[in-house]
Ligand binder design. Structure first.
Ligand SMILES: [Zn+2]
Length: 89
């Protein structure tokens, strides 16, 4: 199966550290909603420098996950290893 989802490598590393993506091989197509556990379809993963809204640690490899079912972004923090919803733009 091929996927058109774009995965930033740093974002993948962060999600792998949290246990939400394999470190190698095929990237997952879904991610669990941190609030409900429902499977959400990943439409893209980016990574960049950001401050975690939860632990307030600044990281170079914070991951942002866009999903099909919600306009908000999921934020994955490599410091506190949490996945949280960011407020919608
Ligand atoms: Zn954090």
């Amino acid at each position: 199966m091929t996927t058109s989802v774009r995965w930033a490598e740093d974002g993948r590393e962060t999600l792998a550290a949290i246990g939400l993506a394999p470190a190698t091989g095929a990237a997952p197509a879904t991610i669990p909603d941190p609030a409900t556990g429902a499977r959400l379809s990943i439409s893209g993963v980016d990574a960049g420098c950001a401050t975690c809204p939860s632990c307030e640690a600044r990281s170079e490899k914070a991951a942002f996950v866009a999903v099909v079912e919600d306009l908000r972004l999921l934020f994955a923090c490599p410091s506190c290893l949490r996945l949280i919803w960011l407020p919608g733009a």
